[in-house]
Design a protein around this ligand. Structure first.
Ligand code: ATP
Length: 234
């Protein structure tokens, strides 16, 4: 079997003196969609931020596409082909959809043209002259993902893309992620909505107290529900 596209081993991370990650291990293979689950505050967002280099105080190893990310600063990590969409989405609110899509540089072969983006996101085309502030939460989420597709990134880290969205929009985002998967995109996502995640995820990693406590393929999701309820406290 070929090397995972992303391989994280023994990842520790700190906010100042506060030790948030305690040796996270995970792998994501090319073309897979992998979902991180766990209670609030167990370190899911911190894992994504530490992989990207948004948290500088970190130890362990992070290998992505043949490169060692642990020593790289954020701006270099962002050019290795790994993109991050934070929970707060990170679009330019005062700029229009078009302007948001023009700004990201196409950094690798495979970066989508604006026309390709609009064929994948017809609703964004309809809103192309609207400023970010006038977009719905779902449109903002789609624009945030679309901006990453402009760059030609091979892998996306998505933090709770369905948070606060209406069911019909959640379904649309699910279809979009399924289409990206068909096109070979690799995704690591944080997601609390199991119904949504079960439709697109190949595997799950369960986190507790700053580390991974188990992982399993989507086929085991139903039989793992007891364990999940216990760890998730729901
Ligand atoms: P949530 O779903 O609530 O975002 P999470 O699993 O993503 O939860 P993190 O946001 O990664 O959890 O938080 C992990 C731990 O780090 C928590 O104890 C949190 O309080 C702490 N933490 C997060 N951000 C900061 C920060 N900027 N400064 C200090 N501590 C932080």
């Amino acid at each position: 079997m070929s090397e995972p596209l992303l391989s994280v081993r023994g990842l520790n991370a700190w906010y100042g003196e506060s030790h948030a990650l305690h040796g996270v291990d995970l792998d994501v293979n090319t073309g897979e969609t992998v979902t991180l689950v766990g209670r609030n505050g167990v370190g899911k967002t911190t894992t994504l931020r530490a992989i990207m280099g948004l948290i500088r105080k970190r130890t362990g190893s992070i290998h992505f596409d043949g490169k060692d990310l642990i020593a790289l600063p954020l701006h270099k990590t962002a050019r290795t082909g790994i993109g991050y969409v934070p929970e707060e989405r990170g679009i330019f609110a005062s700029l229009t959809v078009d302007e948001n899509l023009i700004l990201p540089p196409v950094v690798a072969k495979g970066g989508m043209s604006i026309e390709e983006i609009f064929s994948l996101f017809p609703n964004l085309k309809e809103r192309r002259n609207s400023p970010g502030t006038k977009l719905s939460g779902g449109e903002q989420q789609m624009l945030a993902i679309a901006r990453m597709l402009r760059t030609g990134d091979k892998m996306l880290l998505l933090d709770e893309p369905t948070e606060g969205l209406a069911p019909v929009i959640v379904q649309r985002i699910g279809e979009l992620l399924a289409e990206l998967k068909r096109r070979g995109m690799t995704v690591l996502l944080v997601e609390q909505n199991f119904h949504f995640a079960s439709k697109i995820a190949d595997r799950f990693y369960l986190m507790d107290h700053g580390k991974v406590v188990s992982h399993f393929p989507v086929e085991e999701l139903e039989s793992r529900m007891g364990e999940l309820h216990e760890v998730l406290g729901v």
